[in-house]
Design a protein around this ligand. Structure first.
Ligand code: GMT
Length: 375
C-alpha cells in the first residue's frame, strides 16, 4: 500500500508512535510518505520505502499567525496526487484530521478518492478541555474520517464522553520493539551514575504540568531515605525548573541528574531499576511501556489508559494521582530487595510482550484493508 502519515515530528509519544508505525510498515514493503513540518525525531536516516515531505510555512508579514493548516492541506493534496497515495493515516485530530478532510474534498473535485484514518492520542481531548472552541471541528472530523482509532479503551470512552459522535472507534494500543532476550544492564555506563549498591530511578517526559514532575522528586526523596538511590531525569519542558527547585529545597541535588533531551531513551532505561510516571492524566503512557520493554518496572498513577499498560503488582504498581506516600511505599517494595527487584524487572519485560510491534502492526494493516475495501 502507498500510505501518507501525517504527524507531529517532536519528542511527544504520538510522533514516536506514528514514526515507528511508518518505519515498521516500510519494512513490510509498504511505501510510506511522512508529511510534517520537520524531520520526525525517530525517523533516522535514508531507508527503503520511506519518504519525507516537509511542510514549510513562509513568514508573511501580513499574518499574525501563519496558516499552517492551509499549507499542510496543499502539501497533502500534492503528495496524494503525484505520489499516487491510496490512504492517509493522520495522528491527531487538530489540525491533521481537518487538513486531511479538506484535502480529500479538494481531490474529489479532481476525480481522486483518498480515504483517511484518524488516530487520537489523548491530548486532542485535553485541548478541548482547555479550549471548547475546538470541539465542533474535532467532532466534525471524527464523523468524517473513514475510520477512527484510539490508543486505549479509556481514551475511546473519553472520546464518546467529550464529542457528539456515535461512530465506531477501534482501539489499537500503542506498541513497542521488545528485545527477544531479557535486556542486560549496561554496568559500565551504570557505574558512571551510581554505586553498585544504589538503585537508579528514572523519569522521561516532556515536563509538561500534566506529568507532575514534582511528584517524581517527592517520591524519590522519600525512597532515598530508605534505599540509597539516584534519580535520572531525561527530557525537558516547562516544569523542569520546578523539579530542579524542589530537589534543591529537599537538599538532594547531588542525587538528582538532569540529562536533558535525548533522541534515544534506551541507554537511560538500560541503566535504570525503576520508572516513575505519576501523571495527572495519560491516554496510554508510552514512556512506561518503553521502560517495561527494557525490563524496568513502573510506579505510576492509575489514571486514564495507564492501567491498561502497567499491571498492578506485576509490571509495577498503581496509585491514586498525587498519592506520593503510596508511590514511595510501592517503590521501596520493588527496589529494596534485589530478588524482588529482579522478579519485577522480569515481569515488566514479560508484560511488555503483549504490546510487541509484531502483534499490533497487523491490526493497523487489517484496518487499512477494510477502509480501502469500502472505497
Ligand atoms: O503526553 C504528552 O505530553 C505527549 C502526548 C502526545 O501527543 O504525543 O502523548 C499522548 O500520546 C501518547 C502516544 O499515544 C500517549 O502515550 C500519552 O499518554 C498521551 N499523553 C497524554 O494523554 C497526556
Amino acid at each position: 500500500m502507498k500510505i501518507g502519515i501525517v504527524l507531529y515530528p517532536t519528542f511527544g509519544g504520538s510522533g514516536v508512535v506514528a514514526t515507528e508505525l511508518g518505519k515498521a510498515l516500510a519494512v513490510k514493503g509498504h511505501e510510506i510518505h511522512f508529511i510534517t513540518y520537520s524531520q520526525p525525531v525517530r525517523l533516522g536516516s535514508f531507508r527503503e520505502n520511506i519518504y519525507y515531505h516537509e511542510v514549510s510555512v513562509s513568514d508573511y508579514p501580513l499574518f499574525d499567525f501563519q496558516p499552517y493548516e492551509t499549507v499542510l492541506t496543499s502539501k497533502i493534496v500534492d503528495v496524494v496526487k503525484y505520489e499516487g497515495l491510496e490512504l492517509l493515516h493522520v495522528h491527531y485530530a487538530i489540525p491533521h484530521a481537518s487538513a486531511a478532510y479538506m484535502a480529500k474534498e479538494i481531490l474529489k473535485t479532481q476525480g481522486i478518492h483518498i480515504p483517511f484514518i484518524t488516530t487520537l492520542h489523548g491530548t486532542d481531548i485535553t485541548l478541548v478541555g482547555k479550549d471548547p472552541s475546538f470541539e465542533p471541528v474535532i467532532t466534525f472530523c471524527l464523523n468524517k474520517s473513514d475510520a477512527v482509532t484510539t490508543v486505549s479503551e479509556s481514551l475511546k470512552n473519553d472520546t464518546y464522553e467529550h464529542f457528539a459522535t456515535e461512530r465506531e472507534i477501534h482501539v489499537i494500543p500503542n506498541f513497542i520493539h521488545v528485545p527477544n532476550e531479557f535486556p542486560i544492564q549496561d554496568m559500565e555506563m551504570r557505574r558512571k551514575y551510581a554505586l553498585d549498591e544504589e538503585r537508579i530511578i528514572c523519569h522521561i517526559s516532556n515536563f509538561r504540568k500534566v506529568k507532575r514532575v514534582e511528584d517524581v522528586v517527592t517520591v524519590f526523596a522519600k525512597l532515598n531515605e530508605e534505599v540509597p538511590s539516584k534519580l535520572l531525569f531525561a527530557g525537558d519542558g516547562p516544569e523542569r525548573s520546578t523539579a530542579e527547585r524542589l530537589a534543591r529545597e529537599l537538599k538532594i541535588c547531588h542525587r538528582v541528574i538532569f540529562v536533558g533531551k535525548v533522541r534515544d531513551t534506551s541507554p537511560v532505561l538500560q541503566i535504570s531499576d525503576l520508572f516513575i510516571l505519576p501523571s495527572e492524566t495519560e491516554s496510554f503512557g508510552l514512556a512506561a511501556l518503553e521502560a517495561m520493554a527494557l525490563g524496568v518496572p513502573v510506579i505510576s498513577s492509575n489514571t486514564g489508559g495507564i492501567p491498561e499498560v502497567n499491571k498492578h503488582g506485576y509490571s509495577g504498581y498503581l496509585s491514586n494521582v498525587g498519592d506520593v506516600e503510596d508511590m514511595a511505599k510501592n517503590a521501596q517494595l520493588i527496589v529494596e530487595d534485589i530478588t524482588v527487584l529482579q522478579r519485577f524487572k522480569q515481569q515488566a519485560w514479560n508484560h511488555a510482550q503483549g504490546f510487541r510491534i509484531e502483534q499490533v502492526l497487523p491490526l493497523y494493516e487489517t484496518l487499512y484493508k477494510e477502509v480501502l475495501s469500502i472505497v
